[in-house]
Design a protein around this ligand. Sequence first.
Ligand SMILES: Nc1ncnc2c1ncn2[C@@H]1O[C@H](COP(=O)(O)OP(=O)(O)OP(=O)(O)O)[C@@H](O)[C@H]1O
Length: 309
Amino acid sequence: MNATQHPELAVSTRGLTKRYGDYTAVDHVDLEIRRGEIFALLGPNGAGKSTTIEMLEGYRSPTSGTATVLGENPLGASAAWRARIGIVSQQAADIERFTVREIVRHFASLYPDALNPEETLERCGLGEKMSARVPSLSGGQKRRLDVALGIIGKPELLFLDEPTTGFDPAARREFWELIRELGDDGTTILLTTHYLDEAEHLAQRVGVIARGKLLEVAPIDELGGVEARVPIVSWRDADGRQFAERTRTPGALVTKLVAEHDGEPRDLAVKRPSLEDIYLDMLERINTEAAASAPASPAPTSTTTEQNR
Ligand SMILES: Nc1ncnc2c1ncn2[C@@H]1O[C@H](COP(=O)(O)OP(=O)(O)OP(=O)(O)O)[C@@H](O)[C@H]1O
């Protein structure tokens, strides 16, 4: 069944919810991702990122709410729709018998307008491994193969679930380059990551999810609001007591402290909160609020475990 969706949107959800028994893994998520956007979903372990993505891919059914992806309901979407999306999930490809080239060629043959397999492998840094069998690849190289398989069908929308886990720093940089190129070509990308620098490098907007709830969606440099970015000046007095003050005019405060201390205050530091500081503050706040509003949702039990959907 075709759903109505604003043509500029690649993804839109309303009240998207997934429950396992009494446990709510994804809780009324309203999310809009524009076509051509690179969007990063951040959140701690178990926050609900993969569950959200899997509902958008059509691999998990929502308990309630709706999702529209490239104009269709992902559940039971058409084969033509499936050819328009690319998926790099957390499970690495494990195709024992084949060489890298064979497997990528096979995947390419499944799509109406696939990329060139050899060129794609070069782009993914596997040019020298085309004739290698999959089991002989290192962890990072297997992940690159996953990425090659995810993009081979020239997707309009690419889902990347923690794509650079296990990459060495150089491989991550190369991967970021590849993702930026895909973004420049107009591919919409939804990625989840635990690396804030990755989100900073790649994403135009980020969403933070924790305990299944989407806490905030914002351009990366506006996350947490203006207030969260106010610098903190810290110092010690002559007795060694630690002080810290948030101020929009750190220079003026430092000048005042220097005058008051008749010289350099001890351990003087001016710190502008990093994205990581802001993100961790948000998570701490939500955990404190959750603890205050007990009883919390019980953790999922084996009786509520759902294997596939
Ligand atoms: N099939 C299932 N049955 C029961 N609970 C599940 C099932 N799948 C996921 N969950 C629970 O739902 C919550 C969200 O899981 P999800 O995999 O979406 O988290 P995540 O944000 O992707 O975490 P991570 O960063 O660790 O990959 C977790 O508490 C998880 O244990």
